[in-house]
Design a protein. Structure first.
Length: 296
């Protein structure tokens, strides 16, 4: 039996196949080790035994020899995300929320074209969103709220046509809201609260027929509200307060009675649903909604 095993290993290595105990490729394992080393893995709440098989590392999901899930939420990660994160190109779930990650998002994250869920909220990530973020064509959830992201929202965001949740609230994003957001036909939640966004709201947002939650409060948006808002038949939450709008005539055709939460700084529109404080927004109230979930 021992001889058969040795022969199997020999021919496996000769033909380039990994040995049966190697659960993932060396490239993927190396990317995980990079993450471990760059975020003080030896001090995580639940650390990894680098001598154990990758599939036994807490928060790592392996399927068919590839890393498909990485869930390290609330695990005391401190430091920068390595560029090699992009080598985990079979990832479908990346959840590193509620940690102390700093530095910029690696450009390599745009290579994760199988990714469906990306949660990096409640960290200290800086820099700009990758220009090629639109390459993440399979993404359904992109949640980056409460970081220090700056720059503009890349127009390529509109290429992620299956996106259901886009939450970039509580960052330092500037410039205008890209018109391409109107291409996100599946979008149900759009959170851009508490940034430095300027200019008018693009009328293309009126194309988002599945939108239930739209929070644009605490920015520098101006002009009028697009008449196309009247097409948002499924909208339940709309918050526009603390901007620089010149008028609100664009809301006249919107059935505000359908809204569960509504605030526009214009009490005449619906004083019963207005919210007094700029801190009292749905986005602010639900930032910690994942805090009690078990990340493992």
């Amino acid at each position: 039996m021992r001889q058969m095993t040795l022969l199997f290993l020999f021919f496996g290595l000769f033909w380039g196949y990994p040995p049966p105990f190697a659960q993932v490729s060396e490239k993927e394992r190396a990317a995980l080790v990079d993450l471990y080393e760059s975020t003080q893995g030896d001090q995580w709440k639940r650390s990894w035994d680098l001598n154990a098989p990758v599939g036994e590392w807490p928060g790592v999901q392996v399927r068919d020899g590839h890393v498909v899930g990485l869930t390290l939420m609330m695990n005391d990660l401190k430091g920068n995300l390595p560029e090699s994160l992009g080598e985990l190109n079979h990832l479908t779930v990346l959840n590193l929320a509620f940690n102390q990650l700093t530095g910029p998002l690696p450009q390599g994250i745009s290579k994760l074209d199988k990714l469906r869920t990306c949660r990096l909220e409640m960290n200290r990530i800086q820099g700009a969103l990758p220009e090629r973020i639109g390459n993440l064509r399979n993404l359904e959830v992109l949640s980056l709220f409460n970081n220090y992201l700056g720059g503009r929202i890349p127009p390529s965001i509109g290429d992620i046509t299956g996106l259901r949740e886009l939450n970039l609230s509580s960052n330092l994003l500037g410039g205008s809201i890209p018109e391409s957001i109107g291409q996100l036909a599946e979008l149900e939640l759009l959170g851009l609260f508490d940034n430095k966004l300027e200019g008018g709201i693009p009328p293309e947002i009126g194309k988002l027929g599945n939108l239930r939650e739209l929070v644009l409060a605490n920015n520098r948006l101006d002009g009028d509200i697009p008449l196309e808002f009247a097409q948002l038949a499924k909208l339940e939450i709309l918050q526009l307060q603390h901007n620089l709008f010149s008028s609100y005539t664009g809301l006249e055709r919107l059935e505000t009675a359908q809204l569960l939460v509504f605030d526009s700084d214009n009490r005449a529109l619906d004083p019963g649903k207005a919210i007094d404080s700029p801190k009292r927004t749905r986005m602010a109230d639900t930032k910690f909604e994942d805090e009690n979930q078990n990340p493992y």
